[in-house]
Design a protein around this ligand. Structure first.
Ligand code: NIG
Ligand code: FE
Length: 406
């Protein structure tokens, strides 16, 4: 974590600053400045208003545009190994769920993660966070779920805790012990979920996660199992999330609404009536275009969801199976080019809406007084350009709590 500076810093002569406040159609501020004290934004203004801070430390960002730091609201950060062999199996015609059923997929990563030491998991995840930071990501949500036993689930969460203390990025942890059924519990589904409830209690006591998520999917966990498990998590005080309707329309989106989940994630196969319910709720719809791209599936119907009133977030789903990439910028660009979201909708989707999806909307996600001064300087003349110049890294500098970190 970055120690904050006492002195006021003023970032000035900014060509365009995109505050991404909660307004439906926020306007960029031209010729802007941003005043920061002790890591927090104290003023956002334009013109020469910064002259009222003569003692400040002045940092010129002449001709640049700045946006809030990107928030990746759905990742699976901590794991060992890689799964490029499965990519070849998929090319030969096997599906993602077939590979999982044959003991591969998530279960492959589980085997390697169980064998890995704390230090190995830490170093691999740290390198991933460094790459994320370079792509302009300043806050990351990350799920456990490659342990599927007491020891390894806790080990994954402990790695996140240690990284959160050391790395400049902010991390939010989600317990996802219900990510798959391990082989040893093949015929003991109930027993497995009971075991995960016990782990969840320990996670609560040790304060190792804020959220609980479950893979609600055909051949993984059913709607009734998911409901029971997440209700238990809510009683313990966790916010809840669901991997919902990723491959099959089981009704995960409707369950998320019923449970007042913080977010419903994936939503590729959701039924129309369930999306309408989602649109009337406060549950954030987290869409993952890199996963659609990588698994060669349709993209989430963001236009329809927005029409129905959903608050949409876009995330990377970084993981070794369905989205082995940290490039949230590419996810944003696919959201415009393939999902037909507007550049402003996508900017909201990786800032303020993503902050809401992980319960950090009071401190992150927009450049307004009182929030953390997490922002990104883009090598772009305007926001549209960011989506037009796709596939490369357009971030020039990254600031977290007012301090330059790349
Ligand atoms: O979000 N769907 C479940 N979990 C991950 C994939 C995990 C893996 O394949 O390792 C996802 O797509
Ligand atoms: Fe996921």
């Amino acid at each position: 974590m970055c120690p904050a500076e006492n002195k006021i810093s003023v970032f000035y002569k900014v060509n365009l600053l995109y505050p991404v406040n909660d307004l439906e159609d926020f306007k960029p501020i031209a010729n802007a400045y941003l005043a920061v004290k002790e890591g927090k934004i104290i003023e956002v203004g334009s013109g020469k208003g910064y002259e009222k801070y003569p003692e400040a430390n002045f940092i010129s960002l002449e001709g640049k545009i700045i946006v809030p730091g990107f928030i990746d609201a759905h990742t699976h950060l901590v794991y060992a190994g890689s799964r490029e062999k499965e990519m070849i199996r998929k090319l030969a015609g096997e599906s993602y769920l077939d590979i999982l059923k044959s003991g591969g997929g998530i279960l492959n990563t589980v085997k390697e993660t169980r064998e890995a030491s704390f230090g190995e998991l830490y170093s691999k995840a740290e390198a991933t966070l460094d790459r994320m930071l370079a792509f302009g990501i300043t806050t990351v949500e990350t799920k456990s779920g490659y342990g599927l036993d007491f020891e390894t689930e806790i080990k994954q969460l402990e790695v996140v805790k240690a990284l959160n203390e050391k790395h400049p990025l902010t991390l939010v942890s989600t317990f996802m012990g219900a990510h798959a059924l391990p082989d040893s519990y093949k015929d003991k589904r109930e027993e497995y979920l009971e075991l995960m409830k016990e782990v969840l209690k320990v996670v609560r006591t040790r304060n190792l996660a804020s959220f609980c998520d479950i893979f609600c999917e055909e051949g993984v966990f059913s709607i009734s199992e998911s409901k029971d498990f997440l209700e238990f998590a809510k009683e313990l005080g966790f916010g809840v999330k669901i991997h919902a309707d990723e491959m099959t329309p089981l009704g995960g989106a409707a369950l998320a609404v019923e449970l007042k989940a913080t977010s419903a994630e994936h939503l590729l196969a959701s039924r129309d009536e369930d999306l309408r319910k989602l649109g009337k709720s406060d549950t954030i719809a987290v869409l993952l275009p890199l996963t659609s791209f990588y698994l060669d599936k349709p993209f989430g119907n963001a236009r329809k969801m927005i029409d129905y009133g959903c608050n949409v977030a876009i995330a990377s789903d970084y993981n070794p199976g369905s989205s082995p990439s940290e490039n949230l910028q590419l996810a944003m660009q696919l959201a415009v080019l393939k999902m037909k979201m507007t550049p402003k909708e996508v900017l909201k989707a990786v800032t303020i809406n993503a902050a809401k999806a992980i319960g950090l909307e009071d401190t992150k996600g927009s450049l307004v007084p009182g929030k953390d001064a997490d922002f990104v300087v883009l090598d772009c003349p305007n926001l549209d350009y960011f989506f037009y110049r796709f596939g490369i890294n357009l971030v020039e500098k990254v600031y977290i709590k007012g301090k330059k970190v790349t």
